[in-house]
Design a protein around this ligand. Structure first.
Ligand SMILES: Cc1ncc(COP(=O)(O)O)c(C=O)c1O
Length: 380
């Protein structure tokens, strides 16, 4: 049987990882400034993670949500504390798209409404509602196009307020730093105005922190830079450092009823162990602070590189979520970075490099990346 061929693949077989480095099957080492699409938060193969996962596997890998699983409550307590959302409730699933599906469903149960506002250039996943609120007709199948959604320009508060004032909007969903859309950032004025307008009109505010959250921006959640407190917050990617997981943080105003949501795999013993190991390392190694400090350093160094190299048009982002806008195709730059410089990066659009390394990136690794990028850009 052939694989269903939907991915544009690099001709590299990664077989091993450690911290911010990975190795291919020929023993070649690569600097990982991509984290397997922002998934690797504490670094590849962290010894504490391996130890906790191994111990848990020896005890129990999985049992269903029909029995008490104390690891789920432990995780909710730890996450509530570290993120500043102690008073919220937590629901666990397996992926980012699933987190957004469940958040949108909760918003609809809560308000009785069906209309959603989302941002132009948004990306929220590939399943039914998640892809419907994603602003990309190419990946929206006819069966997903159910006219629930109005797309509006990010940061155009008046446009969002105008729609909200109609009184029929169930939820606004927002990436405070857009990922796939190209590292575009919501402003504090927009976010605060949107939160106020949502409250006034009985609309639920959802922030999608799947890519920009979980420490990546240098605060636990990217929306915490903007002075807002959303009703629902979706997480995935970094939560399990590669173990497939997602979650929704839910305001106390939402009261659950039996059977309202559910999942077979979500919050299983191994998944919770992965997430607990991640939070241990976050706390022990100060990774959110590291993302902030090393991120600021890297952004500064990239801006200095921009002074030396005319191909960089703009550097934007926060913490370790950085967009480098260039006047040359990102595809050509990434190819050279991978095959000549042995360095992984992400991308957005035609001309943006998206930098999403593990949150344990060091200044030396940041310097090494600048060296590699400068070498490549000098070839154009
Ligand atoms: C902001 C955002 N939301 C949702 C998703 C979907 O997550 P998943 O691929 O785990 O379904 C992604 C994935 O890239 C994302 O970046």
């Amino acid at each position: 049987m052939k694989l269903f061929n939907v991915y544009a693949l690099f001709d590299v077989d990664i077989v091993k990882g450690k911290g911010c480095e990975v190795w291919d099957d020929k023993g070649q080492k690569y600097l990982d400034m991509y984290g397997g699409h922002a998934v690797i938060s504490i670094g590849h193969c962290h010894p504490h993670y391996i130890e906790m996962m191994t111990n848990q596997l020896h005890k129990l890998g999985f049992y269903s949500n029909s029995v008490i699983n104390p690891l789920q409550q432990q995780l909710a307590d730890r996450l509530g504390k570290i993120s500043g959302y102690d008073d919220y409730q937590f629901f666990l699933i397996n992926s980012g798209a699933e987190a957004n599906e469940n958040a949108l469903k909760l918003a609809s149960f809560h308000t009785g409404r069906t209309r959603i506002l989302a941002a132009e250039k948004s990306f929220h996943g590939r399943t039914s509602l998640a892809v419907e609120v994603t602003n990309n007709p190419k990946i929206t199948a006819p069966i997903n196009a159910n006219s629930h959604v109005t797309f509006l320009p990010l940061n155009d508060l008046d446009a969002w307020k105008k729609e909200l004032s109609k009184g029929d909007v169930c939820a606004c969903i927002l990436e405070c730093i857009q990922g796939v859309g190209g590292v575009n950032m919501a402003t504090p004025e927009f976010a605060q105005g949107l939160q106020k307008a949502c409250k006034e009109n009985g609309t639920v505010l959802i922030t999608d922190e799947i890519q920009c959250g979980y420490g990546r921006s240098g605060k636990f959640f990217a929306h915490q830079w903007l002075g807002i407190r959303p009703d629902l917050i979706t997480v995935a990617k970094g939560i399990g450092n590669g173990f497939p997981m997602g979650g929704v943080l839910i305001s106390p105003e939402f009261k659950p009823f039996p059977g309202e949501l559910g999942t077979t795999f979500g919050g299983n013993h191994l998944a919770c162990t992965a997430a607990l190991a991640v939070l241990d390392v976050f706390e022990k190694d100060g990774l959110v602070e590291n993302a902030h400090l090393v991120g600021e350093y890297l952004i500064q160094e990239l801006k200095e590189l921009q002074q030396r190299n005319k191909h960089i048009l703009e550097v934007r982002g926060r913490g370790l979520m950085i967009g480098v806008v260039m006047d040359i195709p990102q595809k050509d730059v990434r190819n050279k970075l991978i095959y000549q410089q042995h360095c992984f990066t992400g991308c957005a659009g035609n001309n943006i490099l998206r930098i999403l390394p593990p949150l344990c990136l060091t200044r030396d690794e940041a310097d090494l990346f600048i060296e590699k990028l400068e070498t490549v850009l000098n070839e154009f």
